[in-house]
Design a protein around this ligand. Structure first.
Ligand code: IDP
Ligand code: MG
Length: 156
């Protein structure tokens, strides 16, 4: 177990549909610590870099167009095994396949408009946080409730 920081993005469909707050709440409710947040319209070059692993895929141009089409809520959370926990909260990539109880399962019916991005590994989390946040924008702070989120004798 390791304390990880991961990058999440409420995609344009989530912001347009007024779901940004409810989606953010899922992560807060789980006990993850909010350490960075900004509302922004992603510049094309940044979207292209963010999704560069998919450059050769057929859906890449449409994905970049979608991600730059209107504002997104970018945020970072921290916690023990945060990356895997966030991916679970998000659900499977395609809305129709995503389990109820997950963000994509509860709110989405599309394969491309799937509401939320989350880093999928320690390497991509580090890379993506570096793409979206400047030095010093990700906060370090002590949550007062921390001792009731984790069992300090076992998990920290
Ligand atoms: P992830 O978001 O669950 O990590 P990835 O495979 O990394 O899924 O794909 C990145 C994003 O590209 C997806 O969230 C989705 O918006 C879009 N995408 C992936 N595969 C398809 C597809 O087959 N058709 C349309 N859009 C896709
Ligand atoms: Mg991915």
């Amino acid at each position: 177990m390791a304390i990880e920081t991961t990058l999440l993005i409420v995609k344009p469909d989530g912001v347009q549909r007024g779901l940004a707050g409810r989606i953010l709440t899922r992560f807060e409710d789980k006990g993850l610590q909010l350490v960075g947040m900004k509302l922004m319209t992603i510049p094309r070059a940044l979207a292209e870099r963010h999704y560069e692993a998919h450059k050769e895929r057929k859906f890449y141009p449409g994905l970049v167009r979608f991600m730059t089409s209107s504002p997104v809520l970018v945020f970072a959370v921290r916690g023990v095994d945060a990356i895997a926990i966030c991916r679970k909260l998000m659900g499977a990539t395609f809305g129709p396949n995503a389990e109820p109880g997950t963000i994509r399962g509860d709110f989405g019916a599309s394969r491309s408009y799937n509401l939320i991005h989350g880093s999928d590994s320690v390497e991509s989390a580090t890379r993506e946080i570096g793409l979206f946040f400047a030095e010093g924008e990700v906060q370090t702070w002590q949550p007062a409730i921390q001792s009731w989120i984790y069992d300090a004798s076992e998990e920290l």
